[in-house]
Design a protein around this ligand. Sequence first.
Ligand code: NAP
Length: 488
Amino acid sequence: MADTTREAAVIGSAPNQLFIDGEWVDGSEGKKIDVLDPSTGDVLCQIADATPADGRRALDAAVKAQKDFAATSPRERADMLRRAFELLHERIDDLALIMTLEMGKPLAESRGEIVYAAEFFRHFSEEATRISGNYQTAPAGNARFIVTKQPVGPCILITPWNFPMAMGTRKLGPAIAAGCTSVIKPAAQTPLSMLALAAILKEAGVPDGVVNVVTTSNSGGVMEPLIRSGDARKISFTGSTEVGVRLLEQAAEKVLRSSMELGGNAPFLVFPDADLDEAVAGAMAAKMRNGGEACTAANRMYVHKDIIGEFGKRLSEKMGALVVGRGVEDATQVGPLIDAKQQGKVAELVDDAISQGATVLTGGSAPEGKGFFFTPTVLTDVPTSARVNKEEIFGPVAPLISFSSEAEAIELANNSEFGLISYVFTKDLQRAFRVSEAIESGMVGLNQGIVSNPAAPFGGMKSSGLGREGGSEGIEEFLETKYIGMPL
Ligand code: NAP
């Protein structure tokens, strides 16, 4: 049973102001933004609404702190991240409740995200002490090349609502490890997790001005002048391709280093030699992690014509059995969508597929009542002309499309402007390698439905983005390479 007294106490004590230069402050005009609980549509709390002047103060603080922070030792920065990793684990109960209330996902998934988020801090605490360079003899033998790495400088970091903490630690971890200061802007719909994270970073010893958090109802108005100013030297963005393209245009003016983690439209391929139980379990994981609101979510499920009937039957049994409800209830397996707009978009995509001849195996509509829920849905016989083939669904809907040959499956998979992740299920080793190599995406889940791991490079090709987060690649995005030449 949900404990409403505890919910009110945890939300009541969660930070709700801007975090600038190590201080909690209200926006200069004193305005507030309502944060909603998507499982009821009711107002959960209010947070500060930053103006462009507040954004500028945050960037000034980051610029001022940059020189001293760059001079801290890798071990000091590693210790800050390690302590923050530990604090995230110590506070996981309250942090998970905050996340569930503002974003909607079930408590177990919020806990999972906090463990995942913390892991970026542990991973980059280890990477901080391994930033390396090179010393090399010139080919002519008469000079030496010294190659060293330096922090890129103050950063602008912008994160989406779907993973309110992990998308932050995936950027702040490498930024801090590399010696970069930042202004981070979470989505206005889910700001509380990031503000709680800022409090933890302060407690972990991150110096004033190194991490600044601004929340605003005017993202473009506050962030664009900061990006165009050139006072930050890097932008790292996670969100939609549409917004990412706009930010790249703004970053071009002063040639900011740019990392973009953008939209996905993941194909999920099931070949006739796949283990069907494994493929169905993989489909559930790839589709239903975060209720389908993930850039990695399987969006288009291409299943061989000989097994699509059996695959659809097994998948729809599992999808139909999921318990939908408020994330704070113990039994809940699927929470609400983030807002009414997203709920409407998912319904529109389902209606479009049905109107073009798709058959509903389970679900198909939003339930009556409060909150932004959508019933887990499986559609089969979906024509390739349906919108679900081109657009990110971002909801609990699995469209099944049949194919006849490996070549056709690859062509269908690659027929997208996106290229973040693909899933391939087959027991044939050669086919596994052939298809993994031919597929145009930055990541491939081979007989597995979840690939995200802080120690692996996460990122996309084509319109899904630029650069990688996590792995050993993640810290490189926050480092400049400097070459010093010397005759000898
Ligand atoms: P979004 O609308 O692009 O928003 C993302 C962030 O950008 C939010 O903080 C948003 O703030 C901010 N923003 C919006 N317009 C802006 C502007 N003009 N200037 C500066 N900031 C601006 O995306 P979303 O709907 O939150 O997130 C879903 C998208 O993120 C999906 O496409 C998903 O695939 C993608 N995503 C990608 C990855 C990845 O790693 N590739 C991971 C997770 C999500 P406000 O909302 O407060 O305005």
